[in-house]
Design a protein around this ligand. Structure first.
Ligand SMILES: CC(C)(COP(=O)(O)OP(=O)(O)OC[C@H]1O[C@@H](n2cnc3c(N)ncnc32)[C@H](O)[C@@H]1OP(=O)(O)O)[C@@H](O)C(=O)NCCC(=O)NCCS
Length: 182
């Protein structure tokens, strides 16, 4: 079976929160929340329709993706991740399915660009490329700062420090940040 077709994808519900946290604890090294990318998420609501869970036929959580809004200068950007697939389910295409579906939903919501901190050898297959002149809070290896255009030219002329959503020139909506035209 390929492409994760044994799994049901759904928007993450509030009741899923701690189960997804437990999955992330299983999949990532201890201390994951000390990473600088987590500081960009503190106190910011994730973009609900882009946060997905994948459950098998018995309802067991197999993978999840969360996505937050952030900004580069005063321009909106999606900060993709964490994305994780349970170790016993890896290599079935589920990670790819979660990323593809989440970015597909982001395009439908007119987000122009997305970024993440991750392994280029994995994310290149989705169209992510190394971002020049886009600075994550230290300590972050610039080689791992990757971006994807969700609209043509989405990253053209967009450089600077990545900061928390609402920190400079962007009004903070209540719960689900809406994309904004540039
Ligand atoms: C990364 C992750 C989400 C991928 O999920 P998955 O369902 O196993 O991925 P897919 O089935 O879509 O793709 C598997 C392929 O990706 C490759 N791959 C997985 N992680 C990789 C990485 N870090 N670098 C390069 N290739 C990677 C596998 O070798 C496999 O290659 P193949 O298609 O040639 O066999 C999953 O391995 C995971 O949860 N890892 C731990 C948490 C993590 O590192 N998350 C990403 C944060 S940057």
């Amino acid at each position: 079976m390929g492409q994760g077709d044994a799994y049901r994808l759904a928007e993450e519900a509030p009741a899923d929160w701690w189960e997804v946290e437990a999955l992330y604890d299983t999949c990532f090294a201890p201390g994951r929340t000390a990473l600088s990318s987590y500081r960009l998420r503190d106190g910011v609501a994730p973009v609900g329709p882009l946060c997905l869970t994948a459950r098998d036929g018995e309802g067991v959580l197999a993978g999840a993706i969360r996505v937050w809004p952030a900004q580069v200068g005063s321009r909106p950007v999606l900060l993709v991740g964490p994305v994780a697939v349970h170790p016993t389910r890896q290599g079935e295409g589920l990670g790819a399915l979660l990323i593809f579906r989440s970015m597909q939903a982001a395009r439908r919501l007119f987000w122009p660009r997305a970024m993440l901190v991750g392994d280029y050898p994995y994310y290149r297959r989705f169209g992510f490329r190394r971002l020049e002149g886009v600075e994550m809070p230290p300590p972050t290896n610039p080689e791992r700062v990757l971006g994807i255009e969700l609209a043509p030219g989405g990253w053209v002329g967009v450089t600077g420090a990545v900061t928390k959503w609402g920190s400079a020139g962007i009004a903070v909506p209540a719960a689900r940040p809406a994309p904004r035209p540039d």
